[in-house]
Each structure stands twice: as structure tokens, then as C-alpha cells.
Design a protein around this ligand. Structure first.
Ligand SMILES: C[S@@+](CC[C@H](N)C(=O)[O-])C[C@H]1O[C@@H](n2cnc3c(N)ncnc32)[C@H](O)[C@@H]1O
Length: 254
């Protein structure tokens, strides 16, 4: 049976992969990369650096252009259309590049369970593989996610004692402040944090950008004191590199 490995590679630091991820990297016959444009080219390079570090034999990779996400039809419809277009590409890669008993691999940023479409898209891809094509099995290898990297970098626990934590997006925080005493925002273009500052939210925030890479930046403190500094630093590093990936944790109970 054809097998698709979905390997969590953490934040791009070759030293932060699990031993299972290294074993999986050495089992794959072909690696699939999706090129999302210039900003993401560096993320492909980081994946190649991981392969250079851990792969013990030469490897084959296939890069496909990732479809663009349309903002016209609304957020959810736009994401669904984008997933459908990606599923067509995944199905083609699997049909054309994986032998009947072969193994293909996607190297997924962080962990595949967290704000990543690979597993959903692979599920859809099953229904669009070529007629008569053999089925494929999906195997997931977990990786260090942005939330783990953030907490480790600041040497803090994620939750208050016995308290819940909400994992959400910057877009949602911009809409309303989460009710949980602690919340983590991913995918924030700055508007989530800005909204929280403007609402006068009282609590502490821990922020990190480019976690696990040589460009890592960290800031933390009461939001009222460090909020503007975080947004300014974010804008500065984004302008310098052309892209930024950052995440923050907010806790009301400290
Ligand atoms: C599409 S989500 C993918 C999350 C990923 N699957 C994970 O396990 O962390 C991308 C978001 O993850 C966060 N992120 C990913 N890599 C990061 C890094 N190196 N430093 C800070 N945040 C990061 C950012 O919030 C970014 O907008």
C-alpha cells in the first residue's frame, strides 16, 4: 500500500526534531514541497537544511506551486476552495510520484494537528486520486509546535494551576477577547494584539517571533507596558525580513 508520512518538523531547528521524525525522514522515497511564494522560500530552505542534517542517503523532492487563497468569497468559503485546489495537487503528487509500495512525505511546520491543513487536505485527496489508483495510508509523526516553542523560550508553563487555555487566532481575538484565563494567539497579523491593547485588557503577555531559528525574538511583560513595544518590534523585524511568524500567550491570572 502507498504510504504518506506527515512529519512534524518543529520550528525549523534541525536539533528539535524527534527521533521518530528522523526515522521517518530516512524511510521516505520522495519529499513533497509546496511553494507558497517568495516569503515562504526560506521555509523550504529550512526544510532542506533539516534533510541535509538528518537524511542519511540522497533524496528526491518534488516542488509544486501552492494555489493562491482568494479573499473574495469570505474567509471560510475561501479556505474551503483553497483546500479543494490543494487536494487536487496532493492527489496528483501521490499518483505520479509514489510507487505502489512507496512512501512519500510532507514535512509539516510545527505539529500537523495545529492550524495546518495537510491532514484535512490529504483526506479530501483520497476522493480525487485517479480512477483505479491504489489507496494510500497516512502516518503522522508529531513535532514541536509554536506553543511549545514559545513556552520553552520564555521558560513558563502554558496554563495557570488547573486552569483552561484557549488556542485561537489573531482574527478571533480582534473580534472578541477570549473568556479563558489564558489564551494563545497564532496567525495574528498584529490586529489581535492591537485590539487587546485598545480594550485595556489587564494581564501579562509573552511574545515570540521566528522561534527556534537564529532570528528568534522574545518580549514579555504586562500588556499595558509591553504591548506597543511588541507591535513596534514585530513591524521592524517583518520589514527587515519581508515576513514574520509570531505567536503570543496572554494570561489574566498573573
Ligand atoms: C499555519 S500556523 C502553523 C502552526 C504549526 N503547525 C505549529 O504546530 O506551530 C502558522 C502560525 O504558527 C505560528 N508559528 C509558526 N512557526 C513559528 C515560529 N517559528 N515562531 C513563532 N510563531 C510561529 C505563527 O503564529 C504562525 O502564524
Amino acid at each position: 500500500m502507498r504510504r504518506v508520512l506527515v512529519i512534524g518538523i518543529g520550528m525549523g531547528d534541525p536539533a528539535a526534531l524527534t527521533l521518530r521524525a528522523v526515522e521517518a525522514i530516512n524511510r521516505a522515497d520522495v519529499f513533497f514541497f509546496l511553494d507558497k511564494g517568495e516569503a515562504a522560500a526560506e521555509l523550504i530552505e529550512l526544510r532542506e537544511a533539516i534533510l541535509r542534517t538528518h537524511r542519511r542517503a540522497p533524496w528526491r523532492s518534488v516542488t509544486a506551486a501552492s494555489p493562491k487563497r482568494s479573499a473574495e468569497s469570505g474567509y471560510r468559503a475561501g479556505v474551503e476552495a483553497w483546500h479543494a485546489a490543494r487536494a487536487e495537487i496532493f492527489a496528483r503528487l501521490i499518483d505520479e510520484e509514489i510507487a505502489p509500495d512507496g512512501v512519500g512525505a510532507f514535512l509539516v511546520w510545527g505539529d500537523p494537528m495545529l492550524y495546518d491543513s495537510t491532514l484535512r487536505v490529504l483526506d479530501t485527496a483520497r476522493s480525487v486520486t485517479a480512477p483505479g489508483a491504489p489507496p494510500f495510508e497516512v502516518e503522522v509523526v508529531p513535532g514541536i509546535c509554536a506553543i511549545q516553542a514559545l513556552c520553552a523560550a520564555h521558560a513558563i508553563p502554558l496554563n495557570g494551576i488547573g486552569e483552561p487555555v484557549e488556542v485561537t487566532t489573531g482574527r478571533r481575538v480582534a473580534g472578541a477577547t477570549p473568556e479563558a484565563p489564558a489564551f494563545v494567539a497564532l496567525l495574528d497579523d498584529g490586529t489581535g494584539l492591537r485590539a487587546l491593547i485598545e480594550r485595556g485588557w489587564a494581564g501579562r503577555v509573552w511574545w515570540g517571533a521566528y522561534l527556534g531559528t537564529p532570528d528568534e525574538v522574545l518580549l514579555a511583560g504586562p500588556l499595558a507596558e509591553v504591548g506597543e513595544a511588541i507591535l513596534a518590534r514585530r513591524a521592524e523585524v517583518r520589514a527587515r525580513k519581508g515576513w514574520v511568524m509570531d505567536v503570543w500567550l496572554a494570561r489574566a491570572d498573573v
